[in-house]
Design a binder for this molecule. Structure first.
Ligand SMILES: [Ca+2]
Ligand SMILES: [Ca+2]
Length: 370
């Protein structure tokens, strides 16, 4: 009898401890902040080479099942990867499955090499380029009072190289809204890939030597891909936002304050909101063709408002944040139709205004009459 009471008491104490522990450690026992990620469609994107701790849990769902977590990452041709599941809680036995499609019913490879509470290292065989999915689940027999159910997942390039970091935010160039799931890659040595997160933020590891020129590309459905040229900074963090233009759309054109001006009127030209990042902007004014004066580039107002410089092929870049580009009286300007241009090119290209680099040209006109 005494034994039974003792056993009951021990169980009761254990259960009480279990409940207490769950209350004391909600981050471990309850859904993690990356939920829901229970299907390939909800998969969280993995930044290749990122070792920043991100704690996930395999909690008990409302209907008593064990949680499953999905991840996705982009494989580059000729690059090999290790998936590491680390800081594994003592109550779970992690199994990692690899899938080559969001619709795949069965995994193309899986790893369950270690026992309960141990880290799992999953060395992937060479894969074709594309998006792959990982599913992490708990294979431990026990379902009762699982407390230590946390883990972290890393996808590392083999051999792992960690140098500088490149990060920023991917946005819609017109609305400024964040864009998620944009694929990010660079030409630093062998490329590493990344996706932008729900808030548009991305980061990727730069494995270029200091001072090396490289290209940064962002692409996502519905937008024109953007490739800009940058210079690597070893060890340090390089920040570049990426404003993407929606397919089939141009930036709004510069707006003149009137459609017709005459001598003594004030010409005022305002620009749309321009989002800075791995792009350069140019503002220009074309004189009437019959005046034969050609194209003038408008320099940024912070330097000198109304500074019209004849276009010689090496334009002055517009990167000001002020929206007023021109503010001057009309005095003895040739009569005729003037064209206002807003040009956008990727950052760092050798001939920014060459046709192949002119990513956006939006125009408006005004007339100067007698
Ligand atoms: Ca989870
Ligand atoms: Ca989940």
């Amino acid at each position: 009898m005494e034994k039974i009471i003792c056993k009951l008491t021990v169980n009761a104490i254990y259960m009480a401890m279990c409940v207490l522990s769950i209350n004391a450690l909600p981050a471990l026992a309850f859904p993690d902040i990356y939920e829901p990620d229970n299907t390939p469609e909800e998969a969280n994107a993995v930044v290749i080479g990122d070792e920043t701790p991100k704690q996930h849990t395999l909690h008990q769902t409302e209907n008593g099942d064990k949680d499953e977590d999905w991840f996705k990452f982009y494989v580059m041709e000729g690059v090999e990867y290790d998936v590491k599941v680390i800081s594994v809680g003592s109550d779970i036995d992690v199994v990692v499955g690899l899938y080559d499609s969001p619709d795949a019913k069965t995994s193309i490879d899986a790893s369950d090499a270690t026992a309960i509470g141990q880290d799992e290292i999953f060395s992937l065989s060479p894969l074709e380029e594309g998006i792959y999915y990982l599913k992490v689940r708990d294979n431990a027999k026990s379902t009762v009072c699982r407390k230590n159910i946390q883990y972290e997942l890393l996808v590392l390039r083999r051999p792992a190289i960690k140098m500088g970091e490149l990060k920023g935010t991917v946005t819609d160039a017109i609305s400024g809204e964040p864009i998620k799931d944009a694929l990010i890659f660079t030409t630093c040595n062998t490329s590493d890939t990344s996706f932008s997160e729900k808030n548009g933020d991305y980061n990727t590891i730069l494995n270029c030597k200091d001072g090396k020129a490289f290209e940064l590309t962002a692409k996502v459905d519905g937008y024109k891909p953007l490739t800009c040229s940058l210079t690597s900074i070893e060890i340090l963090t390089l920040i570049r936002n990426i404003p993407l233009l929606p397919n089939g759309k141009n930036l709004p054109a510069p707006t003149p304050s009137q459609s017709v001006y005459s001598n003594g009127d004030k010409l005022q030209v305002t620009l749309p909101n321009l989002f800075e990042g791995c792009v350069d902007y140019y503002v220009a004014m074309g004189y009437p063709p019959e005046a034969g004066s050609g194209l003038f580039i408008v320099t940024k107002p912070a330097k000198k408002l109304n500074d019209l410089t004849a276009f010689t092929g090496s334009p002055l870049q517009w990167n000001g944040s002020g929206n007023v580009a021109i503010d001057m009286p009309i005095e003895d300007m040739p009569l005729g139709i003037y064209t206002l241009y807003l040009l956008r090119t990727p950052e760092g290209v050798a001939e920014p205004l060459a046709d192949k680099h002119l990513e956006n040209v939006s125009t408006s006109t005004f007339e100067v009459k007698k």
